[in-house]
Design a protein around this ligand. Structure first.
Ligand SMILES: Cc1ncc(COP(=O)(O)O)c(C=O)c1O
Length: 367
C-alpha cells in the first residue's frame, strides 16, 4: 500500500525507532521484569501529567476508551455532569456522558472560539449540585486551545471535579495536573507522543478516587475500580486487568524518555514555535485562520477554504500530487475548513515547510 506523509491531526509520521518495538518478538505481560518496565512507564507518565498525586492507568484502547472509563466511573451511577463544548470532541464528551446519565448540562462556545470561564463560574455558582465538569483542552476539530488553568481554578473554588480530554494536547501544550486541580485527565498515544494508537493514559487524583469509590458506577473493563483492584491486589505480577500491548508500552517508554531528554518545557516551546511558523505560512498563502492567535492550539491548525479551491479538491490534490494527507473539517465544518496536525515529530520545520510548499503549489495552479 502506498505510504502518504501524515500531516493530519494524528496519527502522524512516526520515528522509525518508535515503530521498531512493534515488530519485536512478543513478550509476556506479567512477571517481575514486565512489572518493573510497566512501573517505569507509569512513573514517566506521571511526570508528563506533572503530577505527584495522581494514579496512572494506561487503558488499552483509543483515547475514547479512556474518556468512556473516566466519565463512566464518575457519572455512571447517574450523577450530574456539566460538559463544556466548543467543537466535535466536546460534543463527544457530551455523548459519552449522556450514555451514562440523564443529567447532562451543557455550556457551548462557537466552533473556533474558546470556552468562556465566566459562564462556568456563573453556572457553578447557581447550581451547587453540579459536582463534575468535563472539557477538552485542545479542540482538534477547530485548532482551539481552551483556558484550562482558569477552568481548573473555578472548579476548585466550587469543589467540582474536573475531567479533561488532553488527547491532542498532552506533551505538546503546558498542562499541570496537580497545580491546576485536575481530577481526571485522558490522553492517547497517537498524537503528541508520536506512536501508533492503542494506549490511552489516564491520570486520576485522590479526590476523583473518593468520588469513584463512593459511587456505584456499572461496568467492568472500563470501570476504573477494576483497574485499581488489579493494581492493588495483583500489583507484583499483573497490575492491570487485561493483556497489555507490550511492544506499544516499550515504544511509549522510548517516546517519553525522548520527551524528557529534550525537556518537557522545551517540547512545549517547540510546539508553540512551530505553530507560529505554520500560522505565518498559512496567512502568507492567503488563508484565514479559524482560531485567533490568543487561543491557537499549538498542535493543530485549521484554516477556512475560500473561492480559490474547494476543501475536497485541495485534499485530493495534496494526496495525489504531493503524497501528503491533511485533515478535512468535521461535522458542521465539513467542506468549510481543512486542518493540519503538527505534533510530536511533525512539530518540526522539516515537516511543516514541505507542507506549506505543497499547499502553495496546489493553490498556484488552482487560481
Ligand atoms: C481532542 C480529542 N479527543 C478525543 C479523540 C478521540 O480519540 P480516539 O480516536 O483515539 O478515540 C480525539 C481524536 O482525534 C481528539 O482529537
Amino acid at each position: 500500500m502506498r505510504h502518504y506523509r501524515l500531516m493530519i491531526p494524528g496519527p502522524l509520521e512516526a520515528e522509525p525507532e518508535l515503530l521498531a518495538p512493534l515488530s519485536q518478538p512478543l513478550r509476556a505481560h506479567y512477571g517481575p521484569e514486565w512489572v518493573s518496565e510497566y512501573r517505569e512507564v507509569l512513573k514517566l507518565l506521571k511526570a508528563l501529567f506533572r503530577s505527584e498525586r495522581a494514579e496512572i492507568y494506561p487503558i488499552v484502547g483509543p483515547g475514547s476508551a479512556a474518556l468512556d472509563a473516566a466519565i463512566g466511573s464518575v457519572s455512571g451511577d447517574g450523577s450530574p455532569i456539566l460538559v463544556l463544548s466548543n467543537g466535535f470532541f466536546g460534543e463527544r464528551l457530551r455523548q459519552i456522558a449522556a450514555s451514562y446519565t440523564r443529567e447532562v448540562s451543557l455550556i457551548t462556545a462557537e466552533p473556533g472560539r474558546p470556552l468562556e470561564p465566566e459562564r462556568l463560574e456563573e453556572e457553578l455558582a447557581h447550581r451547587p449540585e453540579l459536582k463534575t465538569v468535563a472539557v477538552v483542552q485542545g479542540e482538534t476539530s477547530t485548532g482551539v486551545l481552551n483556558p484550562l488553568e482558569e477552568i481548573g481554578k473555578i472548579c476548585r473554588d466550587h469543589q467540582a471535579l474536573l475531567l479533561v480530554d488532553t488527547v491532542a494536547s498532552l506533551g505538546g501544550v503546558p498542562l499541570e495536573f496537580d497545580a491546576w486541580g485536575i481530577g481526571l485527565c485522558v490522553s492517547s498515544t497517537q498524537k503528541c507522543l508520536g506512536l501508533a494508537p492503542g494506549l490511552a493514559p489516564l491520570a486520576v487524583s485522590p479526590e476523583a478516587w473518593q468520588r469513584i469509590e463512593s459511587g456505584q458506577s456499572p461496568g467492568w473493563y472500563l470501570n476504573l475500580r477494576t483497574w485499581k483492584r488489579f493494581a492493588t491486589e495483583w500489583g507484583d505480577s499483573h497490575p492491570h486487568p487485561v493483556t497489555m500491548p507490550t511492544g506499544l508500552m516499550r515504544a511509549l517508554q522510548l517516546s517519553l524518555t525522548g520527551i524528557f531528554a529534550e525537556g518537557l518545557e522545551s517540547c512545549w516551546e517547540r510546539h508553540r514555535r512551530m505553530s507560529a511558523l505554520i500560522r505565518r505560512g498559512l496567512r502568507d498563502l492567503g488563508f484565514e485562520l479559524l482560531a485567533a492567535d490568543e487561543c491557537a492550539l499549538p498542535t493543530v491548525t485549521a484554516v477556512r477554504v475560500d473561492r480559490r479551491i474547494s476543501a475536497s479538491e485541495l485534499l485530493s490534490r495534496l494526496k495525489r500530487e504531493h503524497n501528503l494527507l491533511i485533515g478535512g473539517g468535521l461535522g458542521e465544518l465539513a467542506g468549510k475548513i481543512v486542518r493540519i496536525g503538527h505534533m510530536g515529530p511533525t512539530a518540526s520545520p522539516e515537516q511543516i515547510l514541505p507542507t506549506l510548499y505543497a499547499l502553495e503549489q496546489v493553490l498556484r495552479t488552482a487560481e
